[in-house]
Design a protein around this ligand. Structure first.
Ligand code: AMP
Length: 429
């Protein structure tokens, strides 16, 4: 029997190039753009474990959400404690923030993470049981300028990656009072139509009516079209805040569409919610989204600090780059392939290779004597930029032959200048 990867998972591999979105060089490229973005926006990395006590997710994500109620990968450890693979990053970051007493170090905390998340969902293109997220959390201020900065940051990522056809959807779910008023109005509207709702929505009517707004069920959606909209129920304060944010986005020339159905149906979410979707795709079109969570930290028994964040799916970002045929910048690849032609040169080339690597020049060497055409084709397969050929003549004359594998130009270089020459050649590229 051969082993197969469990359903809904995938490998990230360097080759073969059959499915470009799985190629590790594409992942490295996107991750390098993310890391530079975080540096530019002053975000620092946080890494938390991939599993936590199950309770953290039930409280931190909310028991009524699909992620916590249906999709958790939960197991008992040997001491019969319930653990779950993390389905998202925010609850983990909050737990780490509280436990490591990070609040006392500074006023504003700008944290980012990149890592795998696990959800037991029905797999399909763009939806996996292990997927990867880049996320940020900005803790410590309720100033709407942070909301604008966070939204701008996610859009900047997509701009830097040259992704096109995106739409920013935005909404405000106001403060607690706004939502209570809205919930009452929504219930009043939905109650008479209860029989027409899907079973999921019927359940949510009791547990969390706001979440009915993002139901994917066709007949639910028909009903919701006529439902009251939350913006009409915002308190003056919440409305002013939302308007200030929108005019700041206008100043930054960030285009948005207000989407009344966009809600985060969890009690500790406040005010701003947003999502960036692909306009050229129907299903699984969300590349990332986020919102403000002013009561989350406190609800997890932490400090009473407000926050805002987003999470973005890396698989979907890479698939978008491929779908939109966007050129993916090649990061560092193999620079030099050294080819010894005789026993005498084998010893010299092996040592030379180590010295070049010590000087940070990416180098590979043939370990066996191989015929020159075969060795050159090995070098091309590895996409090396140069080949360095050394046989008995070269050893006797203390000179090596350097071949540019793209232009086919050749040049001889004496052994005493070799290391400096190759070093310079590589580092000035
Ligand atoms: P969420 O925490 O559900 O808001 O997800 C944040 C982002 O992660 C989404 O916008 C997607 O890009 C991505 N994402 C969520 N679930 C999955 C999944 N099962 N497979 C792949 N990407 C996902």
């Amino acid at each position: 029997m051969t082993f197969q990867i469990p359903k809904g998972l995938f490998d990230i591999i360097p080759y073969p190039e059959t499915e470009a979105w799985k190629l590790s060089k594409n992942w490295q490229y996107v991750e390098s753009v993310i890391k530079k973005l975080c540096l530019d926006y002053n975000y620092l990395e946080i890494r938390t474990p991939i599993f936590e006590k199950t309770d953290l997710f039930l409280r931190g994500v909310g028991e009524s959400s699909d992620i916590a109620s249906k999709e958790l990968y939960t197991f008992e450890d040997k001491a019969k404690r319930l653990m779950s693979l993390r389905p998202e990053g925010t609850a983990c970051v909050m737990r780490a923030f509280i436990e490591n007493k990070m609040a006392f170090d500074r006023k504003i905390h700008k944290l980012y993470y990149i890592g795998p998340m696990f959800r037991y969902d029905r797999p399909q293109k763009g939806r996996y049981r292990q997927h990867h997220q880049f996320g940020i959390e900005c803790i410590g201020s309720n100033n709407y300028k942070y909301d604008a900065e966070v939204i701008d940051m996610l859009l900047s990522l997509f701009n830097r990656l040259k992704i096109k056809n995106l739409k920013l959807l935005i909404n405000s779910i106001g403060d607690f009072e706004s939502r209570e008023n809205y919930k009452n109005a929504l219930l009043k509207f939905l109650k008479p139509k209860e029989n027409l709702l899907s079973q999921d929505s019927k359940d949510r009517l009791i547990k969390n009516p706001l979440r009915i707004l993002d139901s994917k069920d066709k007949s639910d959606q028909e009903i919701i079209k006529e439902a009251p909209v939350i913006l009409d129920f915002l308190t003056k304060e919440a409305k002013d805040r939302f308007n200030s944010l929108l005019s700041l986005l206008d100043d930054l020339k960030i285009k948005y569409k207000i989407d009344h159905k966009l809600v985060r149906g969890l009690d500790y979410y406040d005010d701003t919610v947003f999502e960036i979707i692909r306009d050229d795709l129907g299903a699984q079109n969300s590349l990332g989204g986020g919102g403000r969570y002013n009561k989350l930290l406190k609800s997890l028994k932490g400090e009473d600090l407000p926050g805002i964040g987003f999470a973005c799916g890396i698989e979907r970002v890479i698939q978008t780059l491929i779908d939109q045929e966007i050129e993916i910048n090649q990061l560092d690849s193999l620079f030099l392939y050294i080819i010894p032609l005789t026993d005498k040169s084998l010893e010299y080339t092996f040592k030379l290779t180590k010295e070049l690597r010590d000087h940070l020049v990416p180098t590979e060497v043939e370990k066996d004597i191989t015929k020159l055409p075969k060795a050159l084709s090995n070098a091309s397969k590895l996409k090396a930029q140069y080949a360095l050929i050394i046989g008995d003549d070269e050893i006797n004359n203390k000179k090596a032959l350097l071949k540019n594998l793209a232009t086919r130009e050749q040049k001889t270089i004496s052994f005493d200048k070799l290391k400096i020459f190759l070093n310079d050649l590589y580092h000035k590229i």
